[in-house]
Design a protein around this ligand. Structure first.
Ligand SMILES: Nc1ncnc2c1ncn2[C@@H]1O[C@H](COP(=O)(O)OP(=O)(O)OP(=O)(O)O)[C@@H](O)[C@H]1O
Ligand SMILES: [Mg+2]
Length: 253
């Protein structure tokens, strides 16, 4: 039997009578790098926030490691590493203090905490800069520190919400490589983005989301074959255009 880490059933979120996540049904297996691809306002962050028990669903269900994340938050939270779209770091703390603060929230103490902080900073390539204040970091370094803060407790599922927006190519490649390494080491990953090349490069399966709905889901070859006989000769961008009638690039900041 296949082991699903996450199953959503008719998951829905409404804000002021506007449906922003519309009957979402997704299943993610252990070991996948699952991509959620969609333009601004598609509902990606709202979906991730519901999975991470930050936002309460209006209707539908989520099973995360066999639990309801909203009702059984304490039983799932330590298995999750959530890297939010908005930076969650403190500028007035040093890099290592930021990682220590977030990691300690999971009850990790003493020598184990010191080790976790060092390993997390090493993971994002900032160990040599650990004594510097976060406010003095470049955009790419802040993004990397944001990641370090979310992984110290060694989560089984890593959720990245657009971790590469507005950063230098070097930091971007570094982050993508580290995500692949984490996956090889056993972590399941959900990767939210509107960059098709990134999603295609690292994801085993991709869900295309638009207007709150998943409009197609599969490997990049499967998605391409949805709109052409010879799946190889088109790009995911063209798949998106054919399925939605929209050019993805026109709908991103
Ligand atoms: N707290 C809120 N109150 C009201 N509307 C909201 C709230 N959060 C999100 N929305 C709306 O829900 C829709 C989906 O937003 P969401 O942030 O989930 O999209 P997204 O796919 O993450 O977009 P982006 O790529 O810009 O991050 C948008 O129309 C947004 O304005
Ligand atoms: Mg978002």
């Amino acid at each position: 039997m296949e082991e699903y880490i996450l199953t959503t059933k008719d998951l829905m979120k409404k804000y002021q009578n506007k449906v922003v996540v519309d009957n979402l049904n997704i299943q993610i297996k252990k070991g996948e790098v699952f991509g959620l691809l969609g333009p601004n306002g598609a509902g990606k962050s709202t979906t991730m926030n519901m999975i991470c028990s930050i936002t309460r669903p209006t209707a539908g269900t989520i099973s995360l490691f066999g639990k309801d994340p909203w009702k059984q938050k304490k039983e799932v939270i330590h298995k999750l590493g959530y890297i939010p779209q908005e930076l969650a770091i403190h500028g007035s703390l040093k890099a290592w203090e930021n990682v220590e603060l977030f990691t300690s929230l999971y009850g990790i103490k003493g020598e184990a905490l010191n080790t976790a902080v060092e390993e997390s900073l090493e993971y994002v390539g900032l160990l040599g800069r650990k004594q510097e204040f976060a406010k003095n970091f470049s955009g790419g370094m802040k993004r990397r520190l944001n990641i370090a803060c979310a992984i110290g407790h060694k989560p089984d599922l890593l959720i990245f919400d657009e971790p590469t927006v507005g950063i230098d190519p070097q930091s971007r490649n570094f982050i993508l490589e580290q995500i692949k390494t984490s996956n090889r080491n056993g972590a399941t990953v959900i990767y939210t983005s509107h960059y098709m090349e990134e999603v295609e490069a690292i994801c085993t399966r991709i869900a295309i989301m638009d207007n709150g709905k998943i409009i197609a889901c599969g490997t990049s070859e499967e998605l391409k074959r949805l709109v052409t006989e010879d799946g190889e000769s088109i790009t995911l961008e063209e798949v998106f255009l054919t399925l939605t009638g929209k050019k993805l690039r026109d709908y991103i900041d």
